[in-house]
Design a protein around this ligand. Structure first.
Ligand SMILES: Cc1cc2nc3c(=O)[nH]c(=O)nc-3n(C[C@H](O)[C@H](O)[C@H](O)COP(=O)(O)O)c2cc1C
Length: 277
């Protein structure tokens, strides 16, 4: 078995037959064994590296070459503290790098204005393109930062109160945060989190979820065997009680059974420059 198929097996907790000896590849290995890191050493990330990582983010592909995203680099300690508070995530205040990735349709509108043309594409599709552009830049940043030895953690919680976050970062209409990103030199060891098996996620030629129930049961068992959830970490026990077997799917279903408490996105977007038709 190649080193890569070993890493893929660790990623899924099942053997992944690649049928041949694949050559070593540091980039692929790094991606296969990546994990989220939430604790960072009290050590700055050099400015040069910060700039290169942002350049890597901007190297992502972008729909129609429009590059419809903005990255807010939160370097000021007071602002970092405020982002931490607004996100309900205290440790963000000391993250060496804290970025807020935003979907941005404002720039395209301004460019049309600058060139004396109407802007006729304020649509749901443009919003989606901007979210995709921002997401690709986000993931490019993560891949680059991890390749450089940093640890990263995406933060959806920056969307808890979009109004306050927009005020804090002076976001104009047409610009909306999609996710925060914390990064720094790792100060914790974490195991790889098992992913859903390819049989559930990858469909050859046509979508087919006939075997979903069995696959999810087996996935729950694999995750449980590696990292069981202690009873005091089960979600919503007041509503659902303590489960004898608490797998990934039970945890997710419990969490999905209640609203997530983030801003009502549609209302916010419609008030702030996005036309979702
Ligand atoms: C869009 C997005 C938002 C996330 N938001 C948070 C967050 O607010 N807080 C957090 O601790 N982790 C957050 N995460 C990290 C996930 O919890 C993590 O990726 C997942 O548990 C899988 O772990 P792994 O990345 O180590 O494989 C987020 C991940 C993504 C992709």
């Amino acid at each position: 078995m190649s080193d890569l198929s070993d890493r893929a097996a660790t990623r899924f907790g099942i053997s992944i037959s690649t049928g041949e000896d694949l050559p070593e590849n540091g980039t692929l290995t790094g991606i296969l064994e990546r994990r989220t890191i939430r604790r960072y050493a009290d050590r700055a990330v050099p400015d040069g590296l910060r700039k290169i990582l942002l350049a890597c983010a901007q190297s992502a592909p972008a729909k129609s070459d429009l590059q419809q995203y903005a990255i807010i680099d939160i370097t000021d300690a007071d602002r970092k503290q405020k982002v931490a508070e607004l996100s309900g995530t205290a440790w963000l205040a000391t993250a060496p790098i804290l970025l807020v990735f935003c979907a941005d349709i404002r720039r395209a509108q301004r460019i049309c204005e600058m060139r004396g043309k109407p802007y006729a594409q304020n649509t749901l599709d443009s919003f989606m393109n901007a979210v995709i552009d921002a997401s690709l830049a986000f993931q490019n940043y993560v891949t680059a930062a991890e390749a450089a030895g940093l640890g990263c953690c995406p933060i959806s919680q920056v969307r808890r109160d979009l109004g306050l976050m927009a005020e804090l970062c002076a976001l104009p209409d047409g610009v909306v945060p999609i996710a925060g990103l914390a990064a720094g030199w790792p100060a914790e060891e974490r195991d790889v989190t098992l992913r859903l098996p390819p049989a559930v996620v990858v469909h050859e030629n046509a979508y087919d979820d006939t075997h979903l129930a069995e696959e999810i049961d087996a996935y729950d068992q694999r995750r449980h065997a590696l990292r069981p959830t202690p009873p005091d970490k089960q979600a919503l026990t007041d509503k659902y009680g303590i489960a004898d077997f608490y797998g990934w799917s039970e945890n997710q279903a419990r969490r999905l059974s209640v609203p997530d408490g983030l801003t009502n996105l549609r209302t916010y977007l419609e008030k702030h420059g996005f036309n979702l038709c």
